[in-house]
Write a protein that binds this ligand. Sequence first.
Ligand SMILES: N[C@@H](Cc1ccc(O)cc1)C(=O)O
Length: 408
Amino acid sequence: MSDTNSSVDPQVAYDLITKGLQEVLNPQIIKNVLEVEKRPIKLYWGTATTGKPHCGYFVPMTKLAHFLQAGCEVTVLLADLHAFLDNMKAPLETIKYRTKYYECSVKAILKSIGVPIEKLKFVVGSSYQLTADYTLDIFKMSNIVSQNDAKRAGADVVKQVANPLLSGLIYPLMQALDEQYLDCDVQFGGVDQRKIFVLAEENLPSLGYKKRAHLMNPMVPGLGQGGKMSASDPNSKIDLLEEPKQVKKKINSAFCSPGNVEDNGLLSFVEYVVGPIQELKATNDPSLEKFNFHIDRPEKFGGPITYKSFEELKQDFKDEKLSPPDLKIGVSDAINELLKPLREEYKTNEEYREAQLKGYPAAEVKAKKVKKPKNKGTKYPGSNNKEVENTSKDSVSEVNDKLKESTL
Ligand SMILES: N[C@@H](Cc1ccc(O)cc1)C(=O)O
């Protein structure tokens, strides 16, 4: 990747920035910076440091690569407090390690697809979200956003539970404020973030802050039927550190019916993940092809076959010239190829290993199974969420200490 990206032509930069996106809100903000102000776009992507990141994370990472190629200044926000505010998906005890785990995972993915990570800035949310100014701004926001609007803004992002907690209403307000505190022109995220993006656009100006542009990636369907990527169905997602055998097993059990190209998580994975990564690698190394999907098909079913475009692959599957088991061979191999450098990184990076061990202790999984029914009444917030009860033990200072430790 060249170092002279600041000289990228504005139109070329804009096309690269918006390539493959589902939606762009306020493109004129981006164009103005590129064409009139003639300075690099400042952009951020945030991720709440909750459960273990899966293969879907390759998708925003390829976009980060495009942003850097377009000469943008890119910040990755490790949103630790948001992970806590979202129904305590990340309890404070583990937050520091999960944040580290996310940092290591994101860096490992970026490295594996040839993105120069030294050009990215990593910021941990709690490093600035506990300051007096930020806190006062949350209060100001809470005076202009209705409960209803805050609730609706978070509907596709914050876990929806029977007794919604107040934290789920603070979450979108803080995500809006982050745009100001990270000093960006643009926020990027999945299209699931849309309602929060609109809330930010509608309310930041009332606090005297500027309205930002928003870039949205399409959501990548999971591997289950109906393209669901469900946390309760472990087979619908593939962990970044999944063992090759396990990858094969999960892919083999993925929903995939002959000739069906509409409801097909495997084809979607090739379209949204494998394809764009190959294209990216090809721009960095001209000796590589833009699309090359090899299937080590057994001789009795026609022998090995290589597709040079996604459309060709899709058409063959549609015409039933390529069967589900054969597509599965190709996808398993492609995923294992993508994950290989991540497994290597994990093996050699002690910090990464410690982060996984302490951030996602097996004990937590076990603990969840032993649910003691507590009679606090149905109105008790989060009464159906065991983890909520844990924090009542934490004193305010303990909480603060834990968060401070998590700052990079
Ligand atoms: N809402 C994002 C995380 C996020 C949090 C804060 C932000 O400022 C930006 C993004 C997610 O679902 O993962």
